[in-house]
Ligand binder design. Structure first.
Ligand SMILES: *Cc1c(COP(=O)(O)O)cnc(C)c1O
Length: 396
């Protein structure tokens, strides 16, 4: 076995042994601070990937680092058969901020979605789930059954029976789909992976009303939109919605793996043994999440996301219509739908020191840490504009 000393070696070592399920970029990231990342040669990048939504607090946030260090030296694991001080404090804080009385704690977004689906079935004793076209809810078998993208689903068909997909932002389609056998409807407030597509207020309110009318659970997947990303702590708070079940994860514990399913008052008490997780609610993640919530509230990160995102969206409206079809977003989740493929743009941006994401084939997606300084965001935006302006003209 070799000791890696440079990029080529690290990349080769990973290539030799990685599962192969991830599309890789030729970049070895070794350190982060705030909204910056560094590779092993010491080159700095402005991070608009934001850990795919898990770095809303930026990298190495001192308050979160301190909480993790302290808790790691105190108690890392304590299964939920026991009570724990940090878990109690987190449950109290989180449920009050979300205005939902209870929460199930887990370790990832897919797990949070799995919990929401199981709880909807337990709550209604029904088995039908309605999801939306272009919706993304994770890769485990239940979450994948709710996910729309055919290339993620097809190898695993038939998946779980009783899942149906209908057009997003089409209330008539939802009205036609929900039956007296529907356990729940799962939606994102802004479809993230599906191309950065914000839901209409009337649509989302209408879906909630249909769920109430027909005895189905209104499940909101805020794994990507939660924790300040869209300009509110949770995106559904823009529209005065009240989910029955809400999945969260990504930035919940400031970058440490953690997820949760918040449980509303329309869900009857859950019976012991119907669900569970060994690591769920572990004190280390709970301590990190508590510190993260403090930073979120004290530094008004939702306010920063709203201000910076509004400024950026307005600025990107001036991108040439010959190269850009549409600019969409809410707070600091921003999608630039190009008239051309996004992959060459991502490559050029990386060469110029900006890391960004795709959302499908044509959409450039930006998820910068909410702590990003305006100067850094301005520098990233200037480079993005320059790269898009340099694309060949395509007028239709
Ligand atoms: C990322 C994401 C998930 C899956 O989260 P994982 O932690 O990757 O399992 C689920 N739903 C939405 C909306 C997401 O963006």
């Amino acid at each position: 076995m070799s000791t890696p000393t440079d990029t080529q070696t690290f990349m080769q070592m990973e290539e030799a042994h990685t599962s192969g399920v991830y599309p890789k970029r030729p970049l070895t990231v070794v350190r982060g601070e705030g909204a910056y990342l560094w590779d092993e040669s010491g080159r700095r990048y402005i991070d608009c990937v934001g850990g795919q939504g898990s770095a809303n607090f930026g990298h190495a946030h001192p308050a979160i680092v301190a909480a993790i260090q302290q808790q790691a030296a105190t108690l890392m694991t304590a299964p939920e058969i026991f009570y724990n001080d940090k878990r109690a404090l987190l449950l109290d804080r989180l449920t009050s901020l979300a205005n939902m009385p209870r929460a199930y704690l887990c370790n990832s977004g897919a797990e949070a979605v799995e919990a929401a689906l199981k709880f909807a079935i337990l709550a209604t004793k029904r088995h039908e789930i309605i999801a939306t076209n272009r919706g993304f809810h994770g890769r485990t078998m239940g979450a994948l059954s709710a996910t729309w993208e055919p290339k993620y689903r097809e190898p695993f068909q038939p998946l779980i029976p009783g899942f149906k997909h209908v057009q997003y932002n089409d209330l008539a389609a939802m009205d036609a789909a929900i039956t007296d056998q529907t356990a729940g409807v799962i939606v994102e407030i802004v479809q993230g992976e599906g191309g950065v597509r914000p839901g209409d207020a009337d649509y989302l309110r209408g879906v909630q009303a249909l769920c109430h009318e027909r005895g189905a659970m209104f499940i909101v997947d805020e794994v990507q939109t939660g924790f300040g990303r869209t300009g509110k702590l949770f995106a559904h708070q823009h529209y005065d919605l009240q989910p029955d079940l809400m999945s969260i994860a990504k930035s919940m514990a400031g970058g440490l793996p953690m997820g949760a399913c918040l449980i509303g008052s329309r869900v009857p008490a859950l019976q012991a043994q119907t669900h569970g997780s060994t690591f769920g609610g572990n004190p280390l993640a709970c301590a990190a999440a508590l510190a993260a919530l403090d930073v979120m509230v004290n530094d008004d990160l939702p306010g920063r996301a709203a201000a910076l995102g509004g400024w950026l969206l307005e600025r990107f409206e001036n991108l040439p219509k010959t190269k850009v079809r549409e600019v969409r977003g809410l707070g600091l989740i921003i999608g630039i739908e190009l008239r051309s493929k996004v992959s060459p743009v991502l490559k050029t941006l990386q060469e110029r020191g900006v890391l960004a994401l795709p959302a499908g084939m044509n959409v450039l997606r930006l998820l910068p840490p909410l702590v990003i300084e305006r100067d850094a965001l301005d520098e990233a935006a200037t480079i993005i504009e320059d790269v898009i302006n340099g694309l060949p003209e395509l007028s239709s």
